[in-house]
Write a protein that binds this ligand. Structure first.
Ligand code: FEO
Length: 394
């Protein structure tokens, strides 16, 4: 990513990770960026650093504007290593005794990641730091998505440096959202579904606090992906919608299959759902990454899970997905289970138990077929889909 001036005396100096395809279990098919920002004033400020391995690129970008040693202050909005992995190396280059402003939890997390002592300065929500003509205002955003997370706001420019919030794992030639609305919203949705969904209630509270404080945004600069400047309100509104867990007349069928029997059931249920006027997406777990499935789970009213029985248990990919989805805590959903079996047939019961533990409403008993679904069984699957469609629309 080149160094780009994004406002008067404010530069984007972060880097692009074109080749990353797996971000701790999240598929990043286009790569991602680790954004960092440089503000020039009486005190020069660097907001966030980058993942270890990209330090030289970050310093090279800064050097296009100023000598890195002219940086007076570093702000660490988030201690996770994609934004702080190069912190110590950067401090070593710019002057190790210079202050690093972060939240109290940020100081703790950074101290546990870096044995070397740095000059941490703790800040709390509402605290301000005058850097010359400009003032930096801090807002703690605990558990969005780590205990240390915080925002830094520039009131004069109405620019929010939002850390992971409003981010997207997107790498491309664009710096801004100007011509990317649909594509970038998809990546923002995927990011929210996989990183923030479990903190939906906290996100709503934070958005309420932002509104109450009357903060206005001309630009939102997240730590991943493009900067929102064309219509920053659109991503804030989307976050409200997602955090309210608003759903559509849509069903996601998440399944795996050993000998195509559960697959045939999934397809017949899909047809029944479609006949019932519902958008139905069959997603085979060996064809779709779990993080892409979660993107569709985010706004689907019905989550329908199918697994063959293997060794008196679930098929392993289904167990993996259920664990992942449970952690992300989708709410207000209808659930259903189906699957084929040979002789014992425990999978449907196990899925139902898991969906119930996720507080999903199960309007119909699960559907089981022994060995291979015949024409009659497929008709039953089709009718099952139609009944779920009715429950979705009820
Ligand atoms: Fe992009 Fe929570 O780190």
């Amino acid at each position: 990513m080149p160094c780009v001036q994004i406002a008067e005396n404010i530069y984007s100096v972060g880097v692009t990770d074109w080749n990353i395809r797996d971000f701790h279990g999240y598929s990043t098919e286009l790569g991602t960026t680790y954004n960092a920002f440089l503000i020039l004033d009486e005190k020069n400020v660097l907001i966030d650093t980058v993942k270890d391995g990209f330090t030289d690129q970050l310093l090279a970008n800064i050097s296009r504007v100023i000598d890195p040693r002219e940086i007076d202050i570093v702000i660490s909005n988030h201690a996770e290593m994609d934004h702080s992995g190069s912190l110590f190396k950067v401090m070593h280059r710019i002057g190790q005794d210079k202050p690093v402003y972060c939240s109290k939890a940020g100081k703790k997390a950074l101290s546990l990641h870096f044995p070397q002592k740095l000059n941490y300065r703790e800040v709390k929500s509402g605290e301000e730091l005058k850097i010359g003509k400009r003032v930096l205002k801090f807002m703690e955003t605990r558990m969005l998505h780590w205990p240390d997370s915080m925002f830094t706001y520039l009131p004069e420019d109405k620019i929010l440096f939002s850390s992971d919030a409003f981010g997207q794992h997107y790498a491309g030639p664009e710096m801004f959202d100007d011509n990317l609305s649909e594509i970038i919203m998809h990546h923002a949705k995927k990011y929210y579904a996989n990183i923030l969904m479990l903190y939906a209630a906290k996100t709503l509270k934070l958005l309420g606090a932002v509104e109450e404080a009357g903060l206005e945004f001309d630009m939102i600069c997240p730590d991943h992906g493009v900067i929102w400047r064309k219509n920053p309100g659109a991503i804030v509104e989307a976050y409200k919608r997602w955090s309210n867990q608003e759903t559509e007349d849509k069903a996601v069928l998440i399944y795996d299959s050993m000998w195509k029997s559960t697959k045939k059931m999934a397809e017949a249920i899909t047809d029944g759902l479609a006949e019932g006027g519902v958008t139905a997406l069959p997603m085979a777990l060996r064809k779709f990454d779990r993080s892409d499935i979660m993107t569709d789970v985010l706004d689907a009213k019905a989550i329908i899970v199918g697994s063959p029985t293997l060794n008196n248990n679930l098929f392993p990919t289904i167990a993996d997905f259920l664990t992942y989805m449970k952690g992300l805590r989708p709410k207000n959903r209808i659930g259903a289970a189906f699957g084929s079996y040979g002789w014992s047939g425990e999978s449907v019961k196990i899925i139902e138990k898991e969906l119930t533990a996720m507080k999903m409403d199960l309007p119909l008993p699960g559907l089981k077929v022994q060995y291979v679904p015949d024409e009659e069984a497929l008709k039953e699957c089709y009718e099952y889909g139609k009944k779920i469609a009715l429950a979705i629309k009820a």
